[in-house]
Design a protein around this ligand. Structure first.
Ligand SMILES: Nc1nc2c(ncn2[C@@H]2O[C@H](COP(=O)(O)OP(=O)(O)OP(=O)(O)O)[C@@H](O)[C@H]2O)c(=O)[nH]1
Ligand SMILES: [Mg+2]
Length: 206
């Protein structure tokens, strides 16, 4: 996918702040600090489009980025942020339920996991949740610059097994630092968007 244009369309904490449901959306979900915002910048080739931080809990809103006026990538706030206050954690749950559970033009969620570690309990729960809504299918293993080629094999089977990925589910190793894996991921996203367009943009039925 050649990205000619990428811009922040909306920042939302409530449904009435979402943009109209007129374009297919692909969301990025994952633990705080796993590298969602950095991956978005890497994929769009815009270094400063999404804000990145060394400390977890940077993205606390649902941020909609419009690509080539034809598809949106949605940067979701991360989970598993230990220092988050109780009210923030509760707010997070509702915000995620409202978006992931109801958004009609949401076609897929890319789940990000850290390639260095076993998926956490919350990663597993998130993948289960995505499966339930049929939004699963692509997992991006981030920060792959931090592991060797050898470790990648092991990491891959561990992630597949722990999350309970099906053989057809895609696992893509990415490094936003070294700029690897992005082409494979964006080809996958393009394929999904085309499928959605070919289906006449049929909305979710649940
Ligand atoms: N080595 C390495 N570091 C990375 C990579 N991607 C992200 N990081 C670092 O990981 C940290 C967190 O990145 P973010 O993109 O802000 O993470 P996030 O998932 O958006 O976090 P929240 O907004 O808190 O949910 C930053 O310090 C990034 O520089 C990568 O591919 N390789
Ligand atoms: Mg972020």
């Amino acid at each position: 996918m050649v990205i000619k244009k990428a811009e922040l369309r909306s920042i939302a904490v409530r449904e009435d702040q979402y943009p109209p449901a007129d374009l297919p959306e692909i969301a990025f979900a994952g633990r705080s600090n796993v590298g969602k915002s950095t991956l978005l910048n890497y994929l769009t080739g815009r270094r400063k489009l999404a804000r990145v931080s060394g400390s977890p809990g940077k993205t606390r809103t649902i941020n909609f980025y419009e690509i080539n006026d034809s598809i949106r990538i949605v940067d979701l706030p991360g989970y598993g942020y230990a220092k988050a206050s109780r009210s923030l954690t509760e707010g997070w749950g509702k915000m995620m339920e409202d978006y992931l559970g109801k958004r009609k033009n949401l076609v897929c969620v890319v789940q990000l996991v850290d390639s260095r570690h076993d998926p956490t309990v919350q990663d597993i729960q998130m993948y289960e949740y995505l499966k339930y809504y049929n939004l699963h299918g692509i997992v991006a293993a981030t920060k792959s610059d931090k592991i060797s080629r050898n470790e990648r094999q092991k990491s891959g089977s561990r992630i597949r097994k722990t999350l309970g990925m099906e053989p057809d589910d895609k696992l893509i190793f990415v490094s936003s630092l070294k700029k690897t894996g992005g082409d494979e991921l964006s080809d996958e996203l393009e394929r999904i968007a085309e499928e959605y367009a070919a289906s006449g943009g049929s909305p979710r039925t649940y």
